[in-house]
Design a protein around this ligand. Sequence first.
Ligand SMILES: CC(C)(COP(=O)(O)OP(=O)(O)OC[C@H]1O[C@@H](n2cnc3c(N)ncnc32)[C@H](O)[C@@H]1OP(=O)(O)O)[C@@H](O)C(=O)NCCC(=O)NCCS
Length: 164
Amino acid sequence: MTETPPLAFSHHDPPSAERVMGTTILPLHEASRPGLIGDPFYSAERFAARVRGYMKAPGFEMVAETGDRTFGLCELMVHPDWQRRGIAHALHDELLGQRPERRATVLVREDNTPAQRAYAKWGWRKVGKLQPFSDSPHYDALVLDLAPTEPLVAPRPSAGGLQN
Ligand SMILES: CC(C)(COP(=O)(O)OP(=O)(O)OC[C@H]1O[C@@H](n2cnc3c(N)ncnc32)[C@H](O)[C@@H]1OP(=O)(O)O)[C@@H](O)C(=O)NCCC(=O)NCCS
């Protein structure tokens, strides 16, 4: 790996992400997945539709079974001109280091060697396989335990009697 350059991070809520969809998100998707872009599932249109679907999740960044326990990491991408410099790792830590959830999940194609190696190196573990859309590939589902922060839910006071 060559040295990681100085980085400035920007966080985007849904309106802000929509503003950079055409200028940043889709060009980055096309540049970072040259071998897949001919597959209809990975077309720019389908990809944009999926990203807009993610945006509808509460808080945009959150895809969780209760809304506070699991963070769904999606579409980590680095332009090929900037790969192998630790940028994905820095983006990963910038995002996940601030999350209050207990764990994060990500879906990775089994044959996506760069991503598989990266996630393994960063401590993720495989928990299963799934196909999120009927025409999508089958993905490995990975999980990462996030550092405990404040308790998400205050402990319930113990009940002294019967409850209805
Ligand atoms: C996966 C991806 C985001 C990695 O970005 P990156 O900035 O190059 O990653 P980093 O420089 O932080 O590398 C972290 C580790 O990943 C692994 N890795 C990254 N690229 C690799 C490659 N081409 N071959 C093997 N291992 C690789 C290495 O273990 C690397 O650590 P090292 O350089 O110290 O050996 C990038 O390859 C990409 O955008 N791919 C296309 C989009 C994609 O498939 N995203 C994953 C969605 S789940």
